[in-house]
Design a protein around this ligand. Structure first.
Ligand code: GAP
Length: 393
């Protein structure tokens, strides 16, 4: 966001913010999930797990998925998702604060400061990565839904009237990010538009990028048109004029906001699910991660633990360390070492063997094809860069 786009800057705002911010944003009154309980086995569910149209369900006819009892589910109750705490030593009313449920509000309350300091002109964006906290009724599906997670949000400030077109532009860009940058299979992502009954309190229009996880299609990122909802609320609550002055046109307006809101943890889960490959022909499990995303880019292995091969392998590790994330492994047979790294997604295996001591060459093995090429030690860096840049989609 901030490197490729000249009109987007980064920010790191507070996690604890004044409770008035969350009143202004609407989160105190409207950031709820509907909760139903089973009075027989005490299981707890999000009501929308049963249907998108929870208003028209006859709850007394629904069976509890856990204990199988019918007629014991309660009607939905609204449950606020924010974590509350107290600022200062005494827990009394007036000292309450909330852990942020989205990073976005930290951007809105700092928008004028950032715009002035960075001399930004509409349209411009402010992006931020950081922890968000939600007291989810049920946290499940591994890291898909947790109570503490990392958001990567970008708020794009635009002139009212241009918002619909800008939303389309960001929808397009964000969709292509998944196959083009993360290497995710295009057939496993799609857009889903929010219906009127599921739109967040701030949204005029909302789209989810969904990934087809092993447990079904689910949201990984939201693209929203938030209009001037947030800025006008903060303006009202703070009494401070938050209008943007458009000097060339001598015009003042509250910008509309197009938001791209991605979850790092969900994105990671999608990358892992997408990369998982059972290579039956070779009886191995492979994480087909793009080299850019792999936790380790190369493993360096001496073929045997003697004859000077470990020392030479260590030299190569030291040579590569400033350029790539690499690790050294001499434990077990070479085949086992390769397979261990295939499972961890390491794309390249560099082996030092007896020929290395004669002609200063090594083999570079590619994880997915298992193809091996002999390369001069002095050319390893260049070769790894080439292989990474030409990595197949
Ligand atoms: N600022 C807008 C906003 O927060 P959201 O759709 O509620 O929108 C955005 O959340 C993204 O944050 C989601 O697409 C998801 O990736 C991530 N996210 C939300 N709740 C989460 C949770 N409990 N655990 C992990 N990620 C979550």
């Amino acid at each position: 966001m901030t490197q490729v786009h000249e009109n987007i800057v980064g920010l790191d705002s507070g996690i604890l913010m004044h409770p008035k911010i969350w009143e202004a944003s609407g989160h105190v009154n409207a950031f709820h999930d509907p909760l139903v309980d089973c009075k027989h086995c005490n299981s707890r569910y999000r009501a929308d797990e049963f249907s998108d149209d929870i208003e028209n369900i006859h709850w007394k006819e629904i069976q509890c998925p856990k204990c199988g009892t019918t007629g014991k589910l309660t009607d939905p109750r609204q449950f606020n998702l924010m974590f509350k705490t107290h600022v200062g030593p005494v827990e009394e009313s007036g000292t309450e604060a909330y852990l942020r449920p989205e990073t976005a509000q930290g951007i809105y309350v700092n928008y004028q400061l950032v715009q002035g300091a960075m001399r930004m002109k509409v349209p411009f964006g402010i992006a931020q990565i950081g922890k968000a906290f939600r007291n989810e009724i049920v946290a499940r599906n591994f890291i898909f839904r947790t109570r503490e997670f990392e958001q990567m949000e970008m708020q794009y400030f635009v002139k009212p009237g241009t918002d619909d077109d800008v939303l389309e532009e960001w929808k397009e860009k964000r969709f292509h990010f998944y196959p083009d940058v993360l290497g995710i299979n295009e057939n496993k992502i799609r857009y889903r538009q929010h219906g009127d009954n599921e739109l967040a309190h701030y949204a005029k229009e909302a789209w989810d990028v969904e990934y087809e996880f092993p447990f079904g299609w689910s949201e990984i990122e939201g693209i929203h048109n938030r209009k001037d909802f947030d800025l006008s609320q903060h303006q009202d609550f703070s009494g401070k004029n938050l209008a943007y002055f458009d000097q060339p046109n001598n015009d003042r307006f509250l910008p509309y906001i197009i938001e791209t809101s991605a979850g790092l943890n969900r994105m990671l889960l999608a990358v892992l699910a997408d990369a998982y490959w059972e290579d039956e022909e070779n009886n191995r499990v492979v994480m087909k991660l793009h080299p850019r995303l792999a936790p380790m880019e190369a493993v360096i292995c001496p073929l045997v633990k003697k004859d000077g091969l470990p020392e030479k392998a260590r030299e190569i590790v030291d040579m590569l360390k400033p350029h790539f994330k690499v690790l050294y492994d001499q434990q077990g047979s070479i085949g086992k070492r390769y397979y261990r790294q295939d499972e961890a997604g390491t794309p390249f295996g560099i082996t030092v063997d007896h020929q290395t001591t004669e002609d200063d060459t090594v083999t570079i093995r590619q994880r997915d094809t298992q193809q091996q090429d002999r390369v001069a030690v002095e050319s390893i860096i260049q070769k790894l860069i080439e292989l990474t840049n030409n990595w197949p989609d």
